[in-house]
Ligand binder design. Structure first.
Ligand code: SAM
Ligand code: GLN
Length: 296
């Protein structure tokens, strides 16, 4: 006798496949990955759990939550916003509407900083680090993980972002080595610092409307908007940083596409010279520039 399953929920595996197909048809770029992350979050399972429980059936409530998320994802909301979390440097970061979703490309900044510190043989020193525009705290917390004796200051103009960064520091067990300060770039700080790091807003204002909906409607405007030519933040940061770097200290900046020459020129005008070559991200785009005080 045939068994009627029509009223029973889909299995995890069938739901995952149906969701991936729905996301793909809705024009989502990474439908398989997004489907896995969304189902995993609804069921509270990681990848291994999803595989182990592939035959378990979804409840009506779970299916409903998944359907709602699918509709929002297709309308342009990033998975990280739906979940309120994003992995960066292998660490789990909570997000809020005031924080940028940390990007994989930004791990290039962490790598550049780590490698410069190692090349100087200073990985076990009590380095003083500042991360300007810390957002979720991603760059600074990743670096404090890498550098066990370093201490850091995270600054941001957004108090909401700083609250989220502080919560992340507490959850990652790093709050004892970190302070958060609200202010305009470095204006509220006294140095000296061994490492000054920033992924500042660098999109030219007029280009924001043409960005993907995920970015333009879901990342905070002040995390993106670099002014008319995209370089406003670099003008201020280069000038302020030159006065706050310790002897032998390094400024490391994330840049957008084609901004390398302009940022190098602004740094030069502030008395800073390139240190090493630009470091490219996974897509081969120059992403991290390092500077030190020019020899006098
Ligand atoms: N560091 C985080 C990351 O890489 O994921 C966030 C980078 S986001 C591109 C730029 C950050 O700079 C935002 O958190 C924004 O609030 C902050 N910001 C914008 N203008 C600022 C200013 N004048 N002073 C300090 N922070 C500012
Ligand atoms: N990398 C982000 C993007 O491409 C921009 C972040 C920034 O302005 N620093 O949307």
């Amino acid at each position: 006798m045939a068994v009627d399953f029509s009223h029973a929920g889909r299995t995890v595996e069938a739901a995952r496949r149906a969701l991936a197909a729905r996301l793909r048809n809705g024009g989502v770029d990474s439908p398989e990955l997004d489907a896995r992350l969304l189902i995993g979050a609804v069921l509270g399972l990681d990848l291994t759990g999803l595989i182990a429980q592939a035959a378990r059936r979804l409840t009506a409530d779970e299916q409903m939550r998944l359907d709602r998320w699918a509709a929002r994802r297709i309308a342009g909301e990033p998975v990280a916003r739906l979940l309120g979390r994003k992995e960066f440097w292998g660490l789990d970061f909570a997000l809020s509407p005031a924080t940028l979703v940390p990007r994989p490309d930004t791990e290039t900044i962490v790598e550049a900083a780590r490698d410069i510190v190692r090349a100087d043989g200073r990985q076990d020193d009590a380095l003083r680090i500042v991360d300007i525009g810390t957002g979720s705290g991603a760059i600074l917390l990743a670096l404090l993980r890498e550098l066990p004796r370093a201490t850091g200051v995270g600054t941001d103009i957004s108090l909401d972002a700083l609250r989220t960064a502080r919560d992340n520091a507490v959850r990652l067990g790093l709050s004892g080595r970190i302070a958060f300060v609200a202010g305009d770039y470095l204006a509220a700080l006294a140095g000296p610092f061994d490492l000054i790091i920033s992924n500042p807003p660098y999109i030219p204002s007029g280009d924001i409307a043409a960005l993907a909906v995920e970015v333009r409607e879901h990342d905070p405007r002040r995390a993106l908007d670099g002014g008319g030519d995209g370089l406003d933040a670099y003008r201020t940061i280069a000038r302020q940083a030159a006065g706050l770097l310790a002897d032998g200290g390094t400024l490391i900046l994330e840049i957008g596409q084609h901004q390398g020459d302009d940022v190098t020129r602004l740094a030069d005008a502030a008395g800073l010279a390139p240190h090493g070559r630009p470091r490219a991200d996974l897509g081969g785009v120059p992403r991290a520039l390092a500077f030190r005080r020019s020899p006098r």
